[in-house]
Ligand binder design. Sequence first.
Ligand code: FAD
Ligand code: NAP
Length: 318
Amino acid sequence: MSDHPPTLPDVRMNLIRPKAPATSRVVSNELCMNGKSASFVKHLVLDVSGTPLAGNFRAGQSFGVIAPGTDERGRPHKVRLYSVACPSWGEDGDGNLVSTTPKRLIDEYQPQRPADDPSDHRLFLGVCSNYLCDIGEGDEVLVTGPNGKRFLLPEDIEAHNYLFIATGTGIAPFRGMLMELFEGAGGPTGARAVLVMGTPYTTDLLYEDLFQRLHREHANFDYLTAISRESERLYVGALIEREIDSLGHLLQDPRTLVYICGLEGMQFGIFQALARHGLADGYVTLHEDLAAKPPDDWRFGDMKRRIKPTARCMLEVY
Ligand code: FAD
Ligand code: NAP
């Protein structure tokens, strides 16, 4: 298959360093789940006008946030990264309002190191995510960045088709990218785009109204959801296999780009699904050990260092 790798745009990075963060201001901070959910995810809009971030971020990049206060050692909190959730022209069209999608990290304490007490089950609250979900209009937020130079739409968006695959807040960059593809000043793209989104419950789907509307308005955009804890346990990889008749055509097209964002483990189920249908070529390079085995015999541990994404597969997982 002749390959069409993307040309990525040059982007600005690290214009604001953690040692000298810039001050932004909250414009709005609203829940963005699909109804009443057990989790809390916000669509947070920050005014970055007058800072080096203004006009200098792109959908797919992230920016840093420094929560106020100090950590348990008395040092200022470290920077946490948050994905840009808006198009490159911002929420306002001028690049002065950047948005992101913070999710409260709320859990029971779980041991992280061998020395940790396994019987400690007190409430664990992530520092920066809860700070970002607590703040309101007018509050000041210290920001850094932008960060990232590979998880980007190509320079010529009409030269490619797109399969976007997200789990949870991994949807953030795809909100911005899809708005860029379908709601830009030049009119909607003629490229084909499919978004596959995985969440535990239907109520955890994020920005549902936007994606449903884009699907209704554009015959070249499909939106598929993999819900893991309702009537069946469906993950994004299994959903792609279920829809392989239609997605197969998209994936066989050498112009198609695959973007994967979210939980660290998600890419393996996706790569395995593609390989089972002879569709992994062009998106990943397999180490010879793995290439010699049928995909059903691949083990999770084997995959980590033996599958490398190609230029047509963008990966942002952790
Ligand atoms: P922290 O206070 O930093 O706590 C998290 C740490 O505590 C973990 O690293 C882990 O070591 C430990 N921990 C976790 N759970 C437990 C537990 N139950 N018990 C004990 N210890 C535990 N997040 C978003 O919500 N939205 C985004 O758009 C987003 N984009 C990102 C983009 C990039 C490129 C990256 C790298 C990360 C992104 N993140 C995003 C994640 C974000 O950076 C933070 O990691 C996340 O918000 C948690 O930070 P926190 O300060 O709330 O948690
Ligand atoms: P969430 O709402 O809990 O949804 C995650 C979904 O993925 C659940 O349905 C989960 O199913 C499913 N899942 C679990 N393991 C999977 C696997 N191996 N393959 C496919 N699906 C799997 O998600 P969240 O709490 O928002 O977490 C999203 C993750 O993305 C976090 O780790 C976040 O830090 C990360 N993230 C990364 C970036 C980035 O790198 N740019 C940006 C934003 C977010 P079950 O739970 O039912 O098993």
